[in-house]
Write a protein that binds this ligand. Sequence first.
Ligand code: S3P
Length: 417
Amino acid sequence: MKLSGTFKLAGDKSISHRIALLSLMASGECEVSNYSTAKDCMTSAQALNSLGGVARFSGGKLFLSSMEYRFKNGANIDCGNSGTTMRLLMGVLAAAPGKFYLTGDESLMRRPMERVAKPLREMGANISCAPSGTPPVTLQGDELTGIDYTLPVPSAQLKSAILIAGLRAEGVTRVAEPVKSRDHTENMLKTFGADISFQSGAWCVRRSKIELPSAFSVPGDPSSAAFFLCGAAMLRGSEVIAEGILLNPTRIKFLEKINGMGVRIEIEPKGESPEPWGNVMSRYSGQLSPCNITADELPLLVDEVPILALLATQAHGVSVFQEISELRIKESDRIAALVSELGKMGARLQIDGSNLIIHGPCRLKSHNSLESFGDHRIAMTLALACGIADAGSEIRGLSCISISYPEFFDTMKELTS
Ligand code: S3P
């Protein structure tokens, strides 16, 4: 298999979630172009409707209007597979008058929510999770007071929930993150007029109003583009260009990593609004060097670990991904899934404490019972692994790919024909 050509991406998932969910706190009306087509982002749009608002799709755009922070009391919101929807909503609803219930699918019902509930409770929120710290989450809006909080785990979702709650809290809410994670919430709150600033190593937010811009265009999703940009790096004769993708530095660390493995990458910046975006070219460049990831780098490429692990199986030498246990509590246990499923194809991945060690290069073999574990990023990684291997593989559970990248197979077809 060889990948060649140019491809476009639907809007970035993280930014799409945020424009939809921040509209719950904001005034004004907004016409959103290139909103993500991911099922997860449809879940966030649907959450607005469940809360009594209107998120309306028309002519390929999403129309959002202010809800003035008045939500349907007793609303039961199904967050589907989306951790971002649930965790950010916890921040939005912590001070909202009324009672709200958050649930999700089988995978989301196993994911940790107490890490978000705890600091919000310290702010005065009335929140409960199941005894295991997982959903369902029940919130009864209350008066909030700002706190000084240092993130115990690097998580953009946790940081975002606290900053969002800080918009409705008395006094100052300070959030320090020892390890940097994606910064879209801070960027958008600043642009939308919140009283937020970075002081003495922490984000400080005060009670303030935000206003939606009248128009907002979401750049393409780099985490989806990563599958084909990395795919081109391991398939002889490949060259692909991802057009119009988000180039926020907290999201494209993976490009630096694959460039460090010896892959030719060219970045052509095209615009700055709402965040930097442009085109990215990736070309097969022959032998790959190993890839090492440190704990400090992980939050900047957390969603790209599965595809980088596949790339590392093709590198000459040993790659070490350090301290990646956060991957165990994503949509599936991604470490276990990578070790078992790429292992079935002959790859040598080994767990050493919380590190993942990958020995390359390896000639991947087909296998007739690969499993996605219902995890979209595992499914796409395996689909590309099968493209490298001989024909004859079968992957169970590919439909979950629509959680983040419904156009994945169409793009694959275009780039391979
Ligand atoms: C996201 C943050 C990351 C990432 C997820 C999206 C976000 O999760 O894995 O896909 O939009 O804030 P964590 O905050 O749990 O690291």
